[in-house]
Design a protein around this ligand. Structure first.
Ligand code: FAD
Ligand code: NAD
Length: 480
């Protein structure tokens, strides 16, 4: 070992939710672990993604819920959200972009923190460049885990895009003020959530979607009901619409969005919500024969494929298996435990649902889209199940016909679908769309991941009168 290097058992690059959980697991396994962070401990999720976006969206749902019920509707009247109070609450959820609380957690968990940009400079070796340019060399006895996440990606070849200084998810979640007019490009999760939030906070919002509908990875009815909700809230949703160019002649002036059909829109800000790219461009990946800037391909224990000695791991967004905080944390538990077991010289548990296999990524991870209505899904959509060659049928039910839903909101509108594998009589997917469905999802996740036979699910009795009684109707049709 080089005398100038500091030796650890495990080095974790990136202190987002994935890196923090991975470091926690390896530390719990008795391995001395250091985490390297170039920005804020807590990562994208805490400061520019999940937490601030959900802090902006929760008041929208709370007001909608009050409006949906006679009696409370009269109490809130036509009042708009108090934007200043919502933004202040968002700021408190991001700890005003300070990470002292999370650093305290690392200290308590016994994990060392080194601040700066980490880069591989040899086998099991990382060099960290601090903001002042000082360098530290760290070596790992057992593993280096890359948990560096992803950043927003802007499309290439759109004239004027860079000069227009578009918002990405960072500005959309952290803006200190409500723009008067906002154009959102992209009908994925970031696009629909941020259109929902900023519209409710008072912006005029146009949502431009190049495809035929919103939320293309979910069942088609999810995108349709979310589009209805956005339109009812006053968002101008335009499908089949592409941007040809942007013009922002004055740095502090408005931006003009030129559409492919020749139309023009003027806005104060334009948000590009067009997907993510891995933060692997300056990581020294070439040292291990990998392409800088690529997603890191891993096996089911999150070990990076093709690296001799099996010492390099990648978990969370950076491996592109499932760009969700809960899946990153799940992979972190799997990979952290795997590193711990291998360090003891013991074998991994690699069966389909083994302790060291991130099988839930491939079964179809759960996801909640916090729009109004909410959309929640787990497992495969009907189309995905068919593409996978399964013999399936979809069973649908209008949620509003369930007593719990009709109590939840007057004129409740929502839909549930389960996808039944006819050969095994288990559910392989479920989708719920409607106000307040987020908390319904975990029951479906347990059913899908547990591969619980429909005849046994029949004995899982939902409480009356909750929305969960939709399970009774769905299961009746599955059995019938
Ligand atoms: C607007 C928005 C809303 C979202 N909402 C949700 C949601 O509600 N629920 C959900 O499950 N998911 C949500 N996501 C996705 C979620 O944010 C990501 O899946 C999650 O942050 C991934 O965690 P991670 O730890 O892999 O990466 P990150 O959170 O990106 O953390 C990576 C960390 O690595 C650091 N880093 C990068 N390179 C280096 C380096 N070379 N050296 C040192 N440090 C480095 C970064 O500074 C960062 O702190 C949302 C995403 C966006 C954009
Ligand atoms: N509630 C949640 O769980 C949540 C919330 C936000 C983000 N996320 C995660 O973060 C990730 C990133 O979200 P996202 O919405 O940025 O990405 P996304 O991939 O979900 O959606 C991007 C959308 O932009 C469209 N697009 C791509 N290039 C385009 C272009 N040049 N012009 C117009 N449209 C274009 C795509 O067709 C796609 O529909 C997602 O994988 C998501 O899972 C999760």
């Amino acid at each position: 070992m080089d005398e100038r290097s500091e030796q650890y058992d495990v080095i974790v690059l990136g202190a987002g939710p994935t890196g923090e959980n991975l470091a926690d697991r390896t530390t719990a396994a008795g391995l001395r672990t250091v985490i390297v962070e170039s920005e804020l401990v807590g990562g994208e999720c805490s400061y520019w993604a999940c937490m601030p976006s959900k802090a902006l969206l929760r008041p929208v749902a709370a007001l909608a819920a009050a409006r949906a019920v006679a009696g409370s509707r009269e109490a809130v009247g036509d009042g708009a959200l108090d934007a200043a109070a919502v933004l202040a609450r968002r700021d408190s959820f991001t700890s005003r972009w300070r990470d002292d609380g999370q650093v305290e957690w690392l200290n308590g968990a016994g994990i060392d923190l080194v601040r700066g940009h980490g880069r591989l400079t040899g086998e099991r070796t990382v060099t960290v460049t601090a903001p002042d340019g000082a360098e530290r060399r760290l070596t790992a006895r057992h593993a280096v885990a890359v948990c560096t996440g992803s950043r927003a990606v802007l499309p290439e070849g759109v004239p004027g895009l860079a000069e227009a200084r578009p918002w990405t998810s960072r500005e959309a979640t952290a803006s200190p003020k409500v723009p008067g007019r906002l154009v959102v490009v992209g009908g994925g999760v970031v696009g629909v959530e941020m259109a929902t939030a900023w519209r409710a906070l008072g912006a005029e919002v146009v949502l431009l979607v190049r495809g035929a509908g919103l939320l293309p990875r979910m069942e088609p009815f999810a995108g349709e009901l979310v589009a209805d909700g956005l339109r009812e809230a006053g968002v101008d949703v335009r499908t089949g619409t592409s941007v040809a160019a942007l013009e922002r002649p004055a740095a502090d002036g408005p931006v003009t969005v030129v559409l492919a059909d020749g139309g023009r829109l003027t806005a104060d800000e334009v948000l590009y919500a067009t997907g993510r790219a891995p933060r692997t461009d300056d990581l020294g990946l070439e040292l291990v024969g990998l392409e800088p800037g690529s997603w890191l391909e891993v096996d089911d224990s999150c070990a990076v494929r093709g690296v001799e000695g099996g010492w390099l791991y990648a978990a969370g967004d950076v491996n592109h298996r499932a760009l969700l905080t809960h899946q990153g944390k799940y992979q972190a538990r799997i990979a952290g435990n795997a590193i711990g077991v291998l360090a003891k010289g013991e074998p991994l548990d690699t069966g389909r649902w083994g302790a060291h296999v991130a099988s839930a990524d491939t079964a179809g991870p759960p996801q909640v889209v916090f729009t109004e209505p909410e959309a929640a899904s787990v497992g495969l959509s009907l189309a995905e199940a068919r593409r996978a060659g399964l013999r399936v049928k979809a069973v649908d039910h209008e949620l509003g016909r369930v007593a719990g839903a009709s109590l939840y909101a007057d004129d409740y509108r929502g839909r549930a679908r389960v996808v039944l594998d006819l050969d095994r009589s288990v559910l392989v997917g479920a989708t719920f769309v409607g106000p307040g469905v987020a908390e319904l999802l975990h029951s479906a996740t347990v059913a899908v991941v547990g591969e619980v036979p429909v005849d046994r699910l029949w004995h899982a009795v939902p409480s009356y009168p909750t929305m969960s009684e939709v399970w009774l109707r769905l299961l009746e049709d599955c059995r019938g």
